[in-house]
Design a protein around this ligand. Sequence first.
Ligand SMILES: Nc1ncnc2c1ncn2[C@@H]1O[C@H](COP(=O)(O)OP(=O)(O)OP(=O)(O)O)[C@@H](O)[C@H]1O
Ligand SMILES: [Mg+2]
Length: 503
Amino acid sequence: MINGNQVENHYLLKAIETIKRQIIIISHDYKILASNCNPDIKYFLNRNSSEGEICYHALFNFDSPCKNCPATEVKKTGKPSLKRIVIDDENNLNTKKNLCSCLYAYPMEATNNDEEDAIVVLDFDLPSIFRYDEKRVTSNAFLRNLINSAADGVIAADMTGKIIIFNKAATEISGYTRKEAIDYLNISDLYPPGDAKKIMKKMRSDDYGGKGLLKGHKQAAIRKDGTSTPIVLNASIVYEDDKEVASIGFFHDLREAKRLEAELEKMQVQLLQAEKMSSLGKLAAGVAHQLNNPLGGITLFTQLMLEDYDINGDAKDDLLKIQRDAERCSAIVKELLEFARQTKREVKLQNINKIVGRTLFLLRNQAIFQNIEIIEAYDTSIPEIPADIQQLNHVFMNIILNAADAMEGSGILEIRTFLKNSDGMAHITISDTGPGIPESILPTIFEPFFTTKEEGKGTGLGLSMAYGIVESHHGKIKAENRPEGGTIFSITLPLKQVGESHS
Ligand SMILES: Nc1ncnc2c1ncn2[C@@H]1O[C@H](COP(=O)(O)OP(=O)(O)OP(=O)(O)O)[C@@H](O)[C@H]1O
Ligand SMILES: [Mg+2]
């Protein structure tokens, strides 16, 4: 008969025997005291009667305890220990290549004199360790992907400055490939000389977002070609047990933001200019209206005096002068009214080359053009554009006359028309070989009444009118000095009525 205790022991032993874990009980000198033996266990012992043998020899044919053995740790500390063991070719274990396992060991104190203190060693949840490894690999891949697809440049370096992470955006900001950066580049090469040190210093201080941090730092990044890219840098030091091990920086490219900023600024200037023009235009129109009647009176009564009275000599000359000047005033008033778009507009589809050609035809026989060489280059593929022919004549006439004035009657006048980049605009450029426009007055030449010409020679209304007319055609006009000397006026006019759908 077997008693209850024996039954319990019997089942316990059977349970240990059949568990799919390798359990080995060893003495403090690594002698195997007992082990279970389940044919399903693929690791380690898996054979009978190894009792009395030295475990590392019996298991792996080693001459000394395995590296990282948890039993050795238990011997040292008297506490349970969990260790990860990789058994590879180096350890000469030809039957269990690259086997990776976790071993758990705990102390088992002797409870009677026949026993000695022992250590229980069991393999520990191997499949889940593998699953964990798999997960680690996939989550590593995910992290790599995450870093690589970040919109900002992500660059990490070790404490010597050697680059260890360099994502796709970093390649775009710096111009270096990943391979060039990771193999050959030092983080300090990405900044102007001395800046890398300054950045580290800032990160180590508490003042820039906390210790180990640098937030929103405006910085220049040096590209492979030596040019610099403006960036906002967010960086931090990576610590391991309080020790600095690496630094990581997020490079936010400011080029696009800067471009937009500049564009906005330009638009604001243009808006201001347009506003100024429109209010000056209204003012001019008001003044012109007010002046129209008294001017009409002066002309009429001067005429009457000349006709009704017998006036001769100096008096007659004076009256004629009054009449001439009054007529000149009327002409200015007329221009002012046109500038303020008080005249009726008539927009039709027109051939821009013909408009420019007609203006030139009217002008080229004038004395001032005698010594001016005129080069004409017209793109005949430009379709007809919606335009008021009179108004555009006025624009070209003014610009061409200004050019002739600037060249003081001798030089080269070049007129070109062309299409560009399918931008939906007709382009017209008029350039001269005159002295150019001083940079200081360049922003003011389109303002009404701005003139550098002597009194009586220019009203300063020509370009402001041209500006108003081109704007009303939904086009653009600008003046620049040419690097080779002289001035170039560029006008763009839409090929289609604004608001009309493009086919
Ligand atoms: N091609 C050019 N080269 C140099 N300066 C120029 C040129 N075109 C215009 N300017 C400058 O711009 C100023 C303004 O030109 P704008 O045509 O508005 O007036 P204006 O020619 O002086 O007088 P008007 O009202 O008789 O045309 C000119 O006085 C001149 O200083
Ligand atoms: Mg002019």
